[in-house]
Structures are given as structure tokens and as C-alpha cells.
Design a binder for this molecule. Structure first.
Ligand code: 13P
Ligand code: SF4
Length: 310
């Protein structure tokens, strides 16, 4: 059937009918951020999912995020507006290969970044996000060897911050590896007052030009609090919508990709649209489902993360 003219109003009506909550990641398009009940980084969103009283969680983000919400809420309906909203980083870590990798490193504690499938979480001891990874690794006794998966850039950054050696799974994100060091340097020369800030999923060549490194929520907070008026932002540019709202007088420049494309936008996050969000609520599909065995195994390391990051 035809779509309603006012999608915002139609979504609000469905929200009441379903007793639904809309959780959105900072990388979603501005319209979705504006209709969401809660916007956050991965950690804030998993906490929001753990705490909600709604019957239906509409997760405007990517598959592993909606899956995490389902792991925490087996009795709730969790909807993902586009079922193909995956994650290139999560895809770099297939369960069979990871099981072999784990077996090749016996006695290691497995710390996995939340950007992975439920199957990988089920093989992990502790989950972390980009905002608590350093804090979590610091809490692990020094004599315990660690496997860190799947993001090698975040892993390397955590190793530098903690002085810990870790065995790294060599995964990465196509979005955060697209930024051009050369173009960032050129921007810094053209805007000498600007500060470059970056997400830890970026490569070392980009991170070394950043005066602040953090999760999306940490980057947002930093922009608000810093006296600097201009920022070069090396992460998915969806976050700039909130930066601009929080600090309207400041200037935010998205870090440019190597090619002249818009490939600094996450192609998976951007599959979700307001139309698809409306249709997901109307049809109550696509719905996230998984076996109870995987869910229970994946829940344990997520709960450990939530306990270790209060
Ligand atoms: P955050 O932990 O900052 O939300 O990062 C999520 C993500 O997918 C980064 O690419
Ligand atoms: Fe995955 Fe990268 Fe997109 Fe984040 S930005 S969801 S890590 S592909």
C-alpha cells in the first residue's frame, strides 16, 4: 500500500500502538535520529536495551546491535528496519575460523568487540565496546593472556593505552579504513585552528593526527566541552548531526575518504530509512531471532561487560 504522507506522525502512532521504543545509533541518517527515543553509541544502546520496559524494540542500527538487544530481551520483539544492515567488521570474523584461532591459542581469555555476531559472542569471555575497551582490559589480571577480536585497529589502540600485549584477530571496518591521512593533513594546514578527532577503529596513520580518540559518544562530548571551534571528524559523519545540535556555533568537517566518494558513510547503517522503519513497525518484521543455546552463551560475556563498565 501507499506510504502515509507524514511518516513522523505515522511512526509516533505505531509507537503507541505497539508500546515500542526506537533506539538509534549516531550513524543513522538525521531523520531517524530525530524520531528516535534514544540515540547513543554501542554501549549506551546496549544499556538502553537492557533497561527498557517497551514490548517492541525498533533498532535503528546494524544487525549485531539489534542482536545484542535480543540477547538481552528474549521475550521482546526486536525489529531491524533493513535485514541486510550488517557490518563489514563483524563479517571479517566467521565463527568457524574464529573457533580454530581460539583453539590455536589455548588458555587465552577472549575479549570481543561488540561489533561481531552472536556466534562470536558465544565463544567470548567478555564483550567490550569502543567506549569501555581500555577500562575492561585494564581489569584483567596481568598474567592472563588475551585474544582481542575482531578489530585490529581498536586492539592495537587498546594495547598502546594499557601496555598489554594481546593476540589480535586481523579484522577491520571498511568505513574507518577509508580516511585519507594526506587529506586530513591538508585540512589541518588549511584550518590551523581545527582539531582532528577520531574513532579508534581508524588506522594508526589517521589516529596519530588526532588530538582526541574515542567512541562516538566520547567524540560528541569532547566537541561540546573543548574550547575549540572547529573539528575534523574522523568517523562516520552521521554523528555530526548531533555535534551540530549540541554546539550550533561550532564547525564540523567530515574527514574525507581516499576516493571522491561518500564511502565515509557506513553503507550498512545507511540502509535504514524512515520508510523502512515505518514498514518494519507496521509489519512487525524483519524480526531478530536466534537459538536459545546461542543466546544464552552470548548473554554471559555481555553481562560481564555491563558489570565491568558501571
Ligand atoms: P561506537 O561504539 O562508537 O558506537 O562505535 C560503533 C561502530 O560501529 C563504529 O563503527
Ligand atoms: Fe560496522 Fe564499520 Fe559500519 Fe561500524 S561503521 S557498523 S564497524 S561497517
Amino acid at each position: 500500500g501507499a506510504l502515509p504522507l507524514d511518516l513522523f506522525a505515522a511512526i509516533e502512532t505505531l509507537k503507541k500502538q505497539l508500546n515500542a521504543v526506537i533506539l538509534a545509533h549516531y550513524y543513522q541518517e538525521p531523520d531517524i535520529q530525530d524520531i528516535a527515543d534514544f540515540i547513543g553509541d554501542s554501549l549506551q544502546l546496549s544499556k538502553a536495551a537492557a533497561d527498557t520496559n517497551a514490548d517492541v524494540i525498533v533498532f535503528a542500527g546494524v544487525h549485531f546491535m539489534a542482536e545484542t538487544a535480543k540477547i538481552l530481551n528474549p521475550d521482546k520483539i526486536v525489529l531491524l528496519p533493513d535485514v541486510n544492515a550488517g557490518c563489514s567488521l563483524a563479517d571479517t570474523c566467521p565463527p568457524k575460523e574464529f573457533a580454530e584461532f581460539k583453539a590455536a591459542h589455548p588458555g587465552h581469555l577472549v575479549v570481543s568487540y561488540i561489533n561481531c555476531s552472536a556466534e562470536i559472542k558465544a565463544m567470548s569471555d567478555i564483550i567490550c565496546t569502543s567506549s569501555n575497551a581500555v577500562k575492561i582490559v585494564q581489569q584483567i589480571p596481568e598474567d592472563v593472556p588475551i585474544i582481542f577480536a575482531p578489530d585490529r585497529n581498536l586492539g592495537r589502540y587498546v594495547m598502546e593505552q594499557t601496555g598489554r600485549d594481546m593476540v589480535l584477530w586481523q579484522g577491520s571496518c571498511i568505513v574507518h579504513e577509508t580516511f585519507s591521512e594526506k587529506k586530513i593533513v591538508q585540512l589541518k594546514i588549511a584550518h590551523p585552528e581545527a582539531e582532528a578527532i577520531a574513532h579508534p577503529e581508524c588506522e594508526p596513520a589517521v589516529l596519530r593526527h588526532a588530538s582526541f580518540i574515542g567512541s562516538t559518544a566520547a567524540l560528541l562530548k569532547y566537541c561540546q566541552q573543548s574550547p575549540t571551534q572547529e573539528f575534523i571528524v574522523a568517523t562516520e559523519p552521521g554523528i555530526i548531526h548531533q555535534m551540530q545540535k549540541a554546539a550550533p556555533s561550532k564547525h564540523f568537517i567530515p574527514a574525507p575518504p581516499i576516493n571522491n566518494c561518500n564511502c565515509n558513510e557506513c553503507p550498512f547503517m545507511r540502509l535504514n530509512t524512515l520508510e523502512k522503519l515505518y514498514l518494519a513497525m507496521k509489519n512487525r518484521a524483519p524480526e531478530i531471532r536466534m537459538s536459545e543455546e546461542i543466546r544464552l552463551a552470548a548473554l554471559r560475556p555481555i553481562q560481564r561487560m555491563l558489570e565491568m563498565s558501571v
